[in-house]
Design a binder for this molecule. Structure first.
Ligand code: HEM
Ligand code: HEM
Length: 183
């Protein structure tokens, strides 16, 4: 796959927009009051919002691994002309987004495992994580459910700033940053 200097390659664009769509959908479906519902005797597999949220979240996890491999071997990403501080900020924001895309699913798996709730996915898949995670060193380090919720809010705020920055580049700076990622 060739990479024109001004544009991300098609696969990078597909990864970017599919991931963005899934993250926003997973956020909207965020299973509120999850612990109380499940502790109250409701089977998470019977709740569409929980099953879809967990399935979409795991899809983001898998896509992010594949995307990172592709980012390491792809022909090259566009390099835009901008000031040093702006370049530094954009690197920092991208790094934070990559980290959140990995930390969100990891914190969710730690939350489910440490609270002995099963991972419930589309297709009737049900995985009990407690034996692997519940007894591990990490499970008692924090309230992973709260951390997961916080990270969910952070990624949405950061995405908003990231999108506004892209629009600012397009409208005010009139450069090719936004266009380089558009389909
Ligand atoms: C892109 C990834 C994800 C985003 C943006 C996201 C976002 C969120 C948000 C905002 C909440 C809080 C909802 C509220 O306060 O009412 C939440 C809760 C939850 N999410 Fe996710 N999530 C993601 C991935 C996952 C994955 C992969 C899983 C399962 C493996 C998962 C399982 C859960 C569970 C179990 C809760 C309830 C936590 C608790 O109350 O202890 N999430 N998520
Ligand atoms: C949850 C939503 C989003 C996430 C997690 C996200 C994440 C990322 C990441 C990790 C990159 C680096 C891509 C790479 O190297 O292949 C990137 C680039 C980019 N994103 Fe997003 N993004 C999201 C939404 C958006 C939205 C809504 C817009 C525009 C309105 C946008 C515009 C861009 C642009 C223009 C680039 C290229 C920037 C550059 O080369 O400096 N993104 N995004």
């Amino acid at each position: 796959m060739r990479n024109s200097p001004d544009q991300y390659d098609k696969l990078s664009k597909a990864f970017h927009w599919i991931t963005a769509g899934i993250v926003v959908t997973a956020f909207v479906l965020g299973p509120g009051d999850f612990g109380r519902i499940v502790d109250g005797g409701v089977d998470p597999a019977t709740r569409n919002d929980i099953v879809w949220h967990e399935s979409l979240g795991i899809a983001v996890f898998v896509l992010t691994f594949l995307r990172l491999i592709w980012a390491a071997i792809r022909p090259g990403a566009p390099r835009h002309q901008m000031s040093v501080w702006m370049f530094g900020l954009s690197r920092l924001a991208h790094f934070a987004l990559w980290a959140l895309l990995l930390l969100l699913p990891i914190s969710a798996l730690l939350a489910l495992g440490s609270e002995s709730h099963p991972l419930t996915l589309l297709g009737g898949i049900r995985i009990n994580l407690f034996p692997f995670i519940g007894n591990s060193y990490f499970s008692n380090l924090a309230d992973w459910g709260e951390i997961h919720k916080l990270l969910g809010d952070v990624i949405i705020w950061l995405t908003g700033i990231h999108a506004l920055a892209a629009i600012y580049h397009h409208i005010r700076l009139k450069d090719k940053v936004l266009v380089s990622m558009l389909p």
